[in-house]
Design a protein around this ligand. Structure first.
Ligand code: PLP
Length: 430
């Protein structure tokens, strides 16, 4: 599927902000919590795989709202259902039925092989619900069964529960002490996993592909072992598919492409599910679902009519898009691997569908800034991993454009190298 031929013109310069934008930036500096470090552009609109800033400059968007805008910007079918549904009903609370939660839950059951859904508004809220489910499951069996196993380098969200299960001290330290009973173990280490799971373990939390952690996939063997141990000890296996799921890797969920042949008890998803409207979900089997009874959990906004209707439309479109996610993602990865062979500071290219990381042995922040100056949005995680989460509608032509920009950036990084040509350790200017 290609982007619209009628893209608005690129009328800006990709230069640091014009004065209209400066007012917005100044207001934020004065009135917002200073928790984000934003790039100095104010995005005004989007179309297909591109966004435009307030000065009219166009950017190829390979961030897509951090893996949210799966169909790019202003997709005509999404716009149509938003218009139709918002004129009918946006939300009515969970005191009543709306027409779209049930059909969406049915669709999620079909594509995941699981049975029941709970809808909420974000990834972290889905993780909170999953953690409560794990604790309630354990408590039904024994007051001692409350331990949660999670992995080093994982990311599960910013709320206290999800943060307690996030295996990266940089996010946790300021808020300690966190939830008791969470243990961290290294990913892909079968022996440690086997030793860590016991009758006290209520849940095992795994991100099938660690996204924020730098695009690292858990092995099929590891997933199988986690499944086996969860069965042996009556523990819930929870897969966090918030970044790697809902089509991102070219299958509905990443565990379905992992060749592990397993099913989780619980999966969490969010980001692309409603193409930019907030919607998170916990999808479970009957066993996990039975841990949550009437009144034990809820959400005011979760599963609103508009968000669910958009998600249903998105899943219709996604079914047709899955093969091209694999093909275009593979093409992008091949082109990046060609670049990696030319530049010794590229340590590794890791890619699964349209979830791709390029690990450098130099910091990537400067490259993100250079890309923006050349009309492309990319992201860097863990300081040294350039992360690409483009819209699923991206074409090979747009990938070629991205690679051309990256080629220029990588060349200039190389030309900053010392004469022996191994510039890897050179710290680029901030
Ligand atoms: C794997 C994973 N889990 C959970 C979250 C939290 O999701 P949200 O930011 O929607 O709360 C994220 C966000 O990046 C994520 O990547």
């Amino acid at each position: 599927m290609s982007t619209s031929p009628a893209l608005p013109a690129d009328t800006g310069t990709h230069e640091p902000q014009n004065t209209g934008a400066q007012r917005i930036i100044d207001l934020e500096a004065r009135y917002l919590l200073q928790n984000y470090t934003r790039a100095p552009i104010v995005i005004h609109k989007g179309k297909g795989c591109y966004v435009y800033d307030t000065a009219g400059a166009r950017y190829l968007d390979l961030v897509s709202g951090i893996g949210v805008m799966a169909l790019g910007h202003a997709h005509p079918r999404i716009l149509r259902v938003i218009k139709e549904q918002s004129a009918l009903l946006i939300h009515c609370s969970n005191l009543y039925y709306n027409e779209h939660q049930g059909p969406l839950a049915e669709r999620l059951a079909k594509i995941s092989g699981l049975e029941r859904s709970f809808f909420c508004n974000s990834g972290t809220e889905a993780m909170e619900g999953a953690l409560k489910m794990v604790r309630a499951h354990g408590r039904r069996l024994s007051p001692e069964k409350y331990e949660i196993l999670s992995l080093d380098n994982s990311f599960h969200g910013r709320t206290l529960g999800a943060l307690s299960a996030t295996g990266q001290p940089k996010y946790r330290t300021d808020f300690e002490p966190l939830l008791p009973g969470v243990r961290f173990i290294p990913p892909n280490d079968l022996a440690t996993l086997e030793a860590a799971v016991s009758e006290k373990t209520a849940g095992i939390l795994i991100e099938g592909i660690q996204g924020e952690g730098g695009i690292y996939r858990l092995s099929a063997e590891y997933l199988r072992k986690a499944r086996e141990l969860a069965d042996r000890h009556n523990t819930l296996l929870v897969l966090d598919e918030i970044q790697c799921g809902v089509g991102r890797t070219g299958s509905y969920f990443s565990f379905q492409t992992a060749e592990a042949g397993i099913q989780p008890d619980v999966l969490t998803a969010a980001k692309p599910l409603a193409c930019g409207l907030p919607l998170g979900v916990i999808v479970t089997n009957e066993k996990a679902a039975s841990a949550i009874g009437p009144g034990m959990h809820g959400s005011t906004f979760g599963g609103g009519a508009l968000a669910c209707r958009v998600a249903l439309e998105f899943l219709d479109i996604l079914e047709e898009l899955l093969p091209s996610i694999v093909e275009v993602g593979g093409y992008f990865r091949d082109r990046l691997e060609t670049l990696a062979r030319k530049h010794s500071f590229i340590k590794e290219v890791r890619g699964y569908g349209l979830m791709i990381g390029v690990e450098l042995d130099i910091p990537g922040k400067n490259m993100v800034q250079q890309a923006m100056a050349q009309g492309m949005l990319i992201n860097c995680t863990h300081d040294v991993v350039l992360r690409f989460l483009p819209p699923y509608i991206i074409t090979k032509k747009e990938i070629d454009k991205a690679v051309k920009i990256l080629e220029r950036i990588f060349k200039s990084a190389k030309s900053a190298s010392p004469p022996d040509g191994r510039g890897s350790e050179a710290e680029p200017p901030a």
